[in-house]
Design a protein around this ligand. Structure first.
Ligand SMILES: NC(=O)c1ccc[n+]([C@@H]2O[C@H](COP(=O)([O-])OP(=O)(O)OC[C@H]3O[C@@H](n4cnc5c(N)ncnc54)[C@H](OP(=O)(O)O)[C@@H]3O)[C@@H](O)[C@H]2O)c1
Length: 238
């Protein structure tokens, strides 16, 4: 299936997994809106993406925790490129601390970004996709959305919640021609975790997640892969 000419918003796309997804979509000829919290990071990422051969790119700063900013982002996509077909909810944050030590504002930031932000984005994107006759929403969850770990209660809660959200959502909007997939990666080589990811060669690369996103977008429209667990094939032995 050709993706040429489709329009996508990728949240949190100035670095890491989101950046890799944005680049992969641009290479498919998709017009991509890049976004994260700071405009200068967005401008830098847009400049980098414009060096690709195909696709179009534009960018706008958006903190997904702020509903008005999310509204502006989705309207921006329509203004720049004429509509919205694909939303990749990738922006995410984490921290590790026991429940007793975790500050209430850290809890709030994780839940607001990883869960409420996805609701805001879907809430704004769905009517725009309906008006195009369909679309695709891909949520970047985590294996931590199905496996709990000590010191990760806030992150676990946000990603377990996101899994439930995705699964309710696909049932709600499938008859509008909007597909929903939920990718649950294990460790990916980015600067996501406070201590940085182990770069000794076993972790998933951001490009591998991007390949999965393209694969899903190209999958037969009669099918919908709802929950994808992506593990490192050979994680470091404990
Ligand atoms: N890396 C892993 O091992 C791993 C594993 C499983 C799942 N994931 C998930 O994959 C996603 C991407 O992670 P990553 O590893 O690529 O992390 P990353 O390198 O830290 O990138 C996160 C991106 O999200 C943006 N962001 C953070 N808070 C935001 C907010 N409130 N509004 C808008 N953008 C925001 C960041 O930009 P600013 O901070 O500059 O705004 C950045 O562009 C996350 O949802 C994460 O939970 C990661």
């Amino acid at each position: 299936m050709s993706l040429e000419g489709k329009v996508a918003v990728v949240t949190g796309s100035t670095r890491g997994i989101g950046r890799a997804i944005a680049l992969a979509l641009i290479d498919q000829g998709i017009a991509v809106v890049i976004s994260s919290r700071r405009q200068h990071d967005v401008d830098r990422a847009v400049k980098e993406c414009r060096r690709r051969e195909k696709g179009k790119v534009a960018g706008l700063a958006c903190d997904v925790r702020e509903y008005r900013q999310v509204q502006r982002l989705m309207d921006f996509a329509v203004r720049e490129f004429g509509g919205l077909d694909i939303l990749v909810n990738n922006a995410g944050v984490s921290t590790t601390a026991s429940v007793a030590d975790l500050k209430p504002e850290e809890w709030q930031e994780i839940i607001d970004t990883n869960l409420t932000g996805v609701f805001y984005c879907c809430h704004e994107a769905i009517p725009k996709m309906r008006s195009r006759g369909g679309g695709y929403i891909i949520n970047i969850g985590s294996l931590a959305g199905a496996n709990a770990h000590p010191t990760m209660a806030a992150y676990n809660a946000s990603k377990f919640g996101l899994l439930g959200f995705s699964e309710a959502l696909f049932q709600e909007i499938r008859y509008d021609g909007i597909r929903v997939s939920h990718i649950m990666p294990g460790s990916v080589e980015t600067d996501f975790s406070a201590g940085g990811t182990d770069r000794s060669g076993w972790a998933i690369l951001p490009e591998h997640i991007a390949d999965m996103v393209v694969y899903l977008l190209k999958s037969p429209p009669r099918t919908m892969s709802t929950r994808i667990e992506m593990r490192p094939a050979k994680p470091r032995r404990r």
